[in-house]
Design a protein around this ligand. Structure first.
Ligand SMILES: [Zn+2]
Length: 251
């Protein structure tokens, strides 16, 4: 993999991976370590994560990086991702820091609302961000085989899958998927009208469904459970608000 592009090597480019990483680590020309603001998105500007870069990050730093990325998204000051450089640098290998399990909803694209780039996160998307055997296999691959350190389960407001489950919608293979949301409906504490027309109720179920999915992951994946208990990974829930654009981190 050549890092030479045109007349200038990436090493000398102000946005080169090394220079951006230095900025992320708070390393100045004088070699002073700041250590504040270190996080995933700051590294993502010009090139995909290397293994060394990813391995240095702790789960908490990765979560903080996602929070910072969402702040940039809300403010409209997202990083100018050099997708070509990210594509080039990740073609021979990937070292994503996190795996995100989120809904297929077209309005809730995790990589955009968290301002991450190519090669930084695995992304599993399924209606209602539920867990099943195949998704658990994907999460296990991401964490145990590929080294991701954070599992982020992301629900969102006004979720059609949640509404469908509340309304007992039956439609081909969707019926079975929506059944996986029903335990979250049953355990949602809510005072008020429990219908799909009540936005507050739909969002309360969606939030509880994120917790339920995390419970299912812990219960049904020995591998992930072990990694979490050893402190090698963190599992965190979140809700994306379609209106404000805020990703609320729940736990
Ligand atoms: Zn949804």
């Amino acid at each position: 993999m050549s890092k030479i592009t045109g007349c200038c090597s990436e090493e000398n480019h102000p946005n080169s991976r090394r220079n951006v990483l230095k900025a992320a680590l708070g390393i100045t020309a004088a070699g002073v370590m700041g250590g504040i603001g270190l996080g995933l998105p700051q590294i993502s500007y010009a090139a995909a994560l290397t293994q060394a870069e990813r391995d240095k990050l702790t789960p908490d730093q990765i979560i903080e990086g996602m929070k910072q990325g969402n702040k940039r998204f809300i403010s409209g000051k997202m990083q100018q991702h050099d997708y070509l450089a990210q594509k080039r640098s990740s073609a021979d290998g990937q070292f994503p820091a996190a795996v995100i399990l989120s809904c297929i909803d077209s309005r809730a694209p995790a990589e955009i609302v968290l301002d991450t780039g190519i090669g930084e996160t695995f992304n599993a998307r399924i209606a209602g961000n539920i867990s099943n055997e195949d998704l658990l296999g994907s999460l296990e691959f991401a964490c145990a085989a590929a080294g991701a350190k954070v599992i982020l389960v992301m629900g969102h407001t006004a979720c059609g899958a949640i509404k469908g489950a509340i309304d007992n919608v039956e439609l081909g293979n969707l019926t079975g998927l929506l059944n996986k949301i029903k335990p979250a409906i049953e355990t949602t504490q809510f005072d008020g009208e429990k219908s799909s027309k009540n936005e507050r109720y739909v969002d309360a179920v969606a939030k509880n469904n994120v917790k339920h999915t995390i419970d299912e992951i812990r219960k049904n994946s020995e591998i992930i459970n072990k990694l979490e208990k050893e402190g090698k990974i963190k599992i965190v829930g979140s809700m994306y608000n379609l209106n404000g654009g805020v990703v609320e981190f729940l736990m």
